[in-house]
Design a protein around this ligand. Structure first.
Ligand code: GDP
Length: 297
């Protein structure tokens, strides 16, 4: 679908560079192509611009290595800069879950994959770290969502908080906390309600739950295919609720992953996991190199 950036750059750059170093003009020519590649990958325009500027300063004047073509060399410089921008500090997969029972708050828009991700992470914590996990759905407006979490829990062998009709999200969060303490759980995960769009009520509800649960991690689940919208969603949630990381779902689709770069650049929040399908094992720790490769095509 997309032309490979490396080939595209070889076309424009290898003709130009005759000297031993990348001239400013060569780099500019190459970076025009890089900019197109970033925009095609759904990186937002201001982020693409800022990124190009950074790379331009790094690349100009760099000696051309004999073993690679100038085109390949620019691709490498761009790749490394992408990895640097995408990388957060520490291990993205290490959730803060000391001091049991540790609350994890899951937030995001409806349909982003929040409930699925809650169950995937619970399964991971159970199997990889031997943790006892309790999951609770706070989506009181959508009984189907509460049942969905219960069904997933049974499927993966993780307990869910029994559903009590008529309870509000804050009461459910308190009950989850009590049950997690009494039941000797290491972690309890709160799957908050989602809406199709951000609205005040949704944000307020998540903020109220945050205030009673005092979560160790607040993970924002974002559909990786939504591109630039994802950035607005991330900014809004981070601003109002404060998130400790992002999970990008649907990275098994044919999106190019530009949302990852935009979100990281705009919010500064680390991307922690990527969802790679509907199955309960289809989640991986975020790897900057893989997304960088994908953005470059
Ligand atoms: P929620 O409304 O945010 O809780 O979204 P759900 O967890 O119910 O997910 C909505 C749909 O997206 C379901 O059909 C999931 O199976 C699917 N889904 C979730 N994560 C992924 C993913 O990483 N890849 C794919 N292909 N589908 C996903």
């Amino acid at each position: 679908m997309f032309e490979n950036l490396s080939d595209r750059l070889s076309g424009v750059l290898d003709r130009l560079t005759k000297q031993g170093a990348l001239s400013e003009d060569d780099v500019k020519t190459a970076l025009r192509e890089v900019r197109v590649a970033l925009l095609e990958a759904d990186v937002s325009l201001p982020v693409a611009r800022a990124f190009i500027k950074k790379v331009q300063d790094q690349a100009t004047g760099q000696a051309v290595t004999k073993s690679v073509t100038p085109g390949q060399q620019v691709v490498k410089i761009v790749h490394d800069a992408l990895v640097e921008t995408l990388s957060g500090e520490g291990d993205p997969g290490a959730l803060k879950i000391d001091n049991p029972p540790a609350p994890i708050l899951m937030v995001g828009l409806q349909g982003s994959g929040k409930t699925t991700t809650t169950a995937k992470l619970a399964k991971r914590l159970k199997e990889k770290e031997g943790k006892r996990v309790l999951m609770a759905s706070l989506d009181v407006n959508r009984p189907a969502a509460m049942e969905q979490l219960e069904i997933l829990g049974k499927q993966i062998g993780v307990d869910t908080l029994p559903i009590v009709k008529g309870e509000d999200p804050v009461a459910i969060a308190k009950r989850a906390k009590t049950q997690a303490s009494l039941g000797g759980y290491d972690v309890y995960m709160l799957d908050t309600a989602g809406r199709l769009h951000i609205d005040q009520e949704l944000i307020q509800q998540a903020a109220d739950v945050r205030d009673v649960a005092n979560p160790r991690e607040t993970l924002l689940v974002v559909d990786g295919l939504t591109g630039q919208d994802a950035v607005n969603v991330a900014e809004e949630f981070d601003d109002k609720i404060g998130v400790t990381g992002v999970v990008l779902t649907r990275m098994d689709g044919d999106g190019r992953g530009g949302a990852a770069l935009s979100m990281r650049a705009v919010t500064g929040k680390p991307i922690r996991f990527v969802g790679l399908g509907e199955k309960m094992d289809a989640i991986e720790t975020f790897e900057p190199e893989r997304i960088a490769g994908r953005i470059l095509g």
